[in-house]
Design a protein around this ligand. Sequence first.
Ligand SMILES: *Cc1c(COP(=O)(O)O)cnc(C)c1O
Length: 449
Amino acid sequence: MSKKDAKKASKAAKTEKPAKPVPNSPDAAPSFDTLCIQGGYSPQVSEPRILPIIQSTTYRYDDLDHVNRIMTLQAFGHKYSRTSNPTVAGFEARMNLLEGGVAAVATASGQAANLLAIINIVRPGDHVVAASQLYGGSFTLLNSTLRKFGVETSFFNPNDSKSEIEKLVRPETRLIFGETLGNPGLAILDFDKLSDIAQKNGIPFVVDNSLTTAWLCQPLKHGANVVTYSATKYVDGHATSVGGVVIDGGNFNWANGKFPDFTTPDPTYNGVVYAEKFPETAFLVKARAQFLRDFGGCLSPMNAFLLNLGLETLHLRMPRHGENALALAQALEKHPNVTWVNYPLLNDTAKKRINKYFRSENGSGILTFGIRGGLDAARLFVKKLKIAALVVHVADARTGVLHPASSTHAQMNEEQLRFAGITQDMIRVSVGTEDVGDLIADFNQALNT
Ligand SMILES: *Cc1c(COP(=O)(O)O)cnc(C)c1O
């Protein structure tokens, strides 16, 4: 990120809540790798060097007026750990700095993060335009659960032309949603195309960055307005904790007439008007004040501590995931029992987008391949693996495999599977950080049988 962006983000992190500022010499903003380790928390003399776990629901005050100011959003401060906590705030501040946003809120899970981001924008009767290649839970949230609450979604293929996607936008459309790296089709979003459509229609562009992370791609730099995370994936990196994050880019005009919840008084906070009182961070303040309060999907201090610890090696793990995945993809391409391999760096369209939008020429750790013999062969294959294991998870240090059509996406019918880019012979691999020679040998022996 540029020095200016880092300063802005650090200032916003400060105004959003009393988390400690990032260490910063007056003329040099810390680089991405330094922010991974030290961003969001800088202890004073004799304070813990490590972001401490503040395992407290409750905070103490001296006078009624101070509490009143906090409760009515006149001042920021921790009041109760459902809406904020110092350990969680440290993790939020680091995530915000890494993405280059203006403020962040952590949630109990990635699902809670996507729900929070979407529900903070839409009302019953509104409409969403979303990519078809989505995490299974995001698909059911949009296609099934939110429909029951009166919010409709139309889906596009991430490789559809701009005019095809534009045709889906209706007067009541209120946001565009996609994943940087589609799951499990592995399409890379065309940020320019989607942010153009969003801008033209005065609606925000929301991007789930879980499977790439800010180390590979910073969607806010490419026209996204809100970034969401399942921190359960690469942010944690070790499969210990479920968590999520929503990051506000501070780059959308919520007062353009389409979002009355931002421009009319909120009676539950003495009539505050979010877009007026918090022009930079309206989105995040409203998400926290209304929906963490009412839906309660907050992150625990313990999980915030573990997720924050995960971030301290993000910049070391991500390159290794990418290198291992590329080498395994190339080895699989040569195997006679593998009918196809999909890894974005081996695909021209995806590679162009990586060159354009990614911070690094690396890919992520996720690949898919087709196994000769389909579902029956897949059954045998997963039993033979010795180092890799069958898991319903992606993006941690241990290599895992999965058969999406019978597991994460089992709720889809044949047509939905095809639209999401999933076939019956597809194996998804989350390539870990083990020795890649060991991984290749393991896959070869399991495929040989
Ligand atoms: C896992 C995942 C989610 C859901 O996150 P949870 O932490 O499991 O609730 C959302 N989006 C993507 C891209 C994911 O991989």
